[in-house]
Design a protein around this ligand. Structure first.
Ligand SMILES: CC(C)(COP(=O)(O)OP(=O)(O)OC[C@H]1O[C@@H](n2cnc3c(N)ncnc32)[C@H](O)[C@@H]1OP(=O)(O)O)[C@@H](O)C(=O)NCCC(=O)NCCS
Length: 328
């Protein structure tokens, strides 16, 4: 018995912002961005709320599934529309998922990986003999971001990298298939505050809080080094736990943060780059939505066949990282 990934979904805002448009806002150019990141354009929400994107991606993943059979909904995001209710609660209401337990998680760009890891554990726990917790036959894990709301559009070190979008995966218990074979999540302390976004709360007459600007701050080269090392570590560990070698994996679907990070993972594990899903050029880094969006691209292009071994890899703020291997 295993937890399988049954379907995926993806949604993007309509507005495309090409690198050449950024040239008009900041001191940058298309060639530099393409060469250093692999990003050519990204989507930016003009009218779409995060909820609209999440709902569209979730509906695609759900297809004609009976919505009443969804027992769990986990939304990974750092840019929810509201603090209360959570995106999970908003999405549950929007989709009319009568029986879903819904909540959010924030582990930045690793969020979707942590969501899958948690969903699998909760599903297996609920199914175990003598279990005293919720039975979960089907779960929906969604990654959604409107990072354009927390990007400083005057900062050329960050504004070129990020975009908006949503991705979703429908998980199901299956008594004949393996599904998820292994996973490994790890948190690393962000000692140098290399990737942060503050919270801009209201002033109150009693507290002595300093003013905080709610925008992404990043030390690019330090994050780059962290990412390369963390990706190697979590991939290694997930492979070890599944008893597999890099050659056994048919498709690698990494977080889409920088093409050079993807290339370095391929080199480290001596794998052809063709095995790695690359979606970054059209969307940039969409944090928790990047991995499910890239999964969607990999499925819809017909690359993933039943029985193939797939590895998902995430890394990001926290600092955090995770890898998960499943049989399609
Ligand atoms: C941000 C990033 C693309 C910068 O690339 P880099 O190769 O590290 O570039 P550097 O920051 O060293 O800057 C190199 C030069 O380009 C300049 N530069 C920086 N941003 C620029 C831009 N948008 N356009 C043009 N030039 C730029 C710098 O000022 C620097 O100039 P200098 O050599 O005259 O000082 C890269 O560090 C990166 O992708 N880091 C990881 C980010 C990430 O993954 N974040 C999310 C994690 S989930």
């Amino acid at each position: 018995m295993g937890v399988i990934i049954k379907e995926v979904g993806k949604a993007l805002p309509r507005r495309v912002v090409h690198n050449t448009e950024l040239e008009k806002l900041i001191d940058t150019n298309n060639e530099w961005i393409m060469e250093r990141t692999g990003i050519e354009e990204r989507r930016v929400a003009e009218e779409e709320k995060a909820l609209d994107l999440a709902a569209a991606a979730a509906r695609e993943a759900l297809g004609d599934t009976d919505y009443d059979t969804i027992d769990l909904l986990i939304v990974a995001t750092v840019t929810p529309d509201m603090l209360v209710p959570s995106m999970g609660a908003l999405l549950k209401k929007e989709l009319k998922l009568a029986n879903a337990v819904a909540f959010d998680i924030n582990t930045a760009c690793s969020g979707f990986l942590y969501g899958l890891w948690m969903a699998e554990a909760l599903m297996k726990n609920g199914a175990a003999e003598g279990s005293h917790t919720n039975h979960i036959g089907r779960a929906l894990v969604v990654g959604v971001e409107r990072l354009s709301r927390i990007v400083d559009w005057t900062d050329r070190g960050t504004s070129i990298l990020f975009g908006d979008g949503a991705g979703a995966a429908l998980l199901e218990m299956d008594d004949k298939k393996d599904g998820i074979l292994s996973s490994f999540m790890k948190n690393y302390d962000d000692e140098g505050d290399v990737l942060t976004c503050g919270m801009e709360y209201l002033k109150n007459p009693f507290a002595k809080d300093e003013d905080v600007k709610q925008c992404l701050r990043m030390h690019g080269t330090k994050v780059f080094k962290f990412a390369v090392n963390a990706v190697g570590e979590v991939m290694d560990e997930a492979l070890k736990r599944a008893g597999l070698t890099p050659d056994d994996i048919d498709h690698y679907i990494p977080h889409q943060a920088n093409m050079r990070i993807i290339t370095s993972a391929a080199q480290r594990f001596k794998q052809p780059l063709e095995k790695f899903q690359v979606s970054i050029n059209g969307t940039g880094n969409v944090s928790a939505a990047s991995v499910p969006m890239a999964m969607h691209d990999c499925y819809r292009s017909g690359k993933i066949k039943e029985g193939d071994l797939v590895m998902l890899v995430g890394f990001g703020g926290g600092l955090s990282a995770g890898a998960l291997i499943y049989r399609a």
